[in-house]
Ligand binder design. Structure first.
Ligand code: SF4
Length: 88
């Protein structure tokens, strides 16, 4: 796989196909975990670019909001697993 730097991720065009495109701005940034899970399942569940979005969020370390069908705590967990695997 070709190495990509962080700028490459910001220049991707998957955003155009995002199911959340055009939604109310705060919708993807609910405050609590329960609301985040609901948005992740209802909005992201219909999204064609979910994998690209999750990869972007993990690579660019997006701390807040719902990305790629995952919550803030879900992404923190994935990053911990990834870090542990790199150290093993
Ligand atoms: S996966 Fe969710 S947050 Fe990401 S683009 Fe799709 S709808 Fe938006």
């Amino acid at each position: 796989m070709k190495h990509r730097n962080i700028i490459d991720y910001y220049q991707d065009d998957w955003w155009a196909d995002a199911a959340c495109l055009g939604t109310e701005p705060g919708m993807m940034f609910p405050m609590n975990e329960e609301q985040q899970r609901f948005v992740a399942s209802t909005v992201c569940g219909q999204c064609a670019v979910r994998a690209e979005c999750l990869e972007f969020a993990l690579v660019t370390k997006q701390e807040h909001g719902v990305w790629g069908g995952d919550t803030e705590s879900g992404r923190r967990h994935l990053l911990k697993i990834s870090k542990a695997q790199k150290q093993a």
